[in-house]
Write a protein that binds this ligand. Structure first.
Ligand code: ATR
Length: 269
């Protein structure tokens, strides 16, 4: 790939994002003289922005609402991004082609390993949600030996369609209570992002199960705080945010990302 001429986060809005603080800490630590900028791109300006970024050899990340359009705008996708059906990271390769990648899968897997102390084996993961984030969760589940997923979604048809794509490991369930038997429960919905709402009643969860929330909020999400107070191992989306960012940094620059510096930059916000 080409050394990035520019590093950006594409979204709308993006001003609330922690990624610039986190990536700039990693850039400083590696002594790379680039800044990571949050670029607020109005949907009507998306195509022309992509053309400019391609010409600038830009690399970066994509967030709401541009993930789907970015997947289509890329000249090629890595096999993982193709499989997940979602792009969160991009760069320009040696031939000048815009390549879409996905580091959410690796970010999620690292968050789970850090929550449990090791990668899961021979167990059931309960997944709440059926969008791009849930697809990344199921791709990670595929990589763990003997691990299967039960997927519950508010709109059941979306869960069925998603599970069909990951049919070797995933099964859609119609009753949220069926998630309660899982050893690991993951919130891949946006519930709890803006308020104290909980994606699943904690009373339904098995004792000893762990919870991972892909949502993060200052002071952690209400679900994670409540789960921990009931004795569950629990972590919110900040761990995944740092890991997906570190993996993206390593794709762009080919050098290790300073995860400690990245974590310090976001933990204190
Ligand atoms: P992402 O790419 O981040 O996964 P998405 O594709 O918009 O985003 O998916 C959001 C997920 O959160 C969906 O599973 C959505 O459920 P629906 O498919 O029924 O829309 C889920 N979600 C969002 N708000 C929710 C709510 N209030 N209650 C339950 N699920 C919710």
């Amino acid at each position: 790939m080409r050394f990035p001429g520019r590093l950006v986060l594409l979204g709308h809005p993006v001003s609330h994002s922690l990624s610039p603080r986190m990536q700039n800490a990693a850039l400083d630590s590696a002594g790379i003289a680039l800044r990571y900028e949050a670029l607020d791109v109005e949907p009507r300006l998306f195509d022309q922005t992509i053309e400019r970024l391609r010409a600038e050899n830009a690399a970066g990340n994509v967030t709401v609402p541009h993930k789907e359009r970015m997947r289509v705008a890329c000249d090629s996708l890595t096999p993982l991004a193709e499989h997940v059906g979602a792009v969160n990271t991009f760069f320009v390769d040696d031939e000048g082609r815009l390549v879409g990648d996905n580091t959410d899968v690796g970010g999620f897997a690292a968050a789970v390993t850090s929550t449990l102390g090791s990668a899961p084996v021979d167990c059931t993961v309960g997944v709440l949600g059926a969008g791009g984030a849930a697809a990344a969760v199921l791709a990670a589940v595929e990589s763990w030996p003997g691990v299967v997923a039960h997927v519950y979604n508010r709109t059941p048809e979306r869960a069925s369609i998603l599970c069909e794509r990951f049919r070797s490991v995933a099964r859609a369930v119609d009753d949220i209570g069926a998630i309660g038997g899982a050893q690991l429960v993951v919130n891949a919905t946006s519930v709890g992002l803006h308020d104290e709402a909980m994606p699943i009643d904690l009373a339904l969860l098995s004792p000893g199960s762990a919870v991972v929330d892909l949502v993060y909020r200052p002071g952690e999400t209400a679900w994670v705080r409540a789960a921990r107070s009931r004795g569950h191992r629990a972590s919110d989306g900040l761990t995944m945010l740092v890991e997906q960012g570190a993996l993206a940094f390593e794709r762009w620059f080919g050098v290790p990302a300073d995860r400690r510096a990245m974590w310090e930059a976001v933990r204190t916000v």
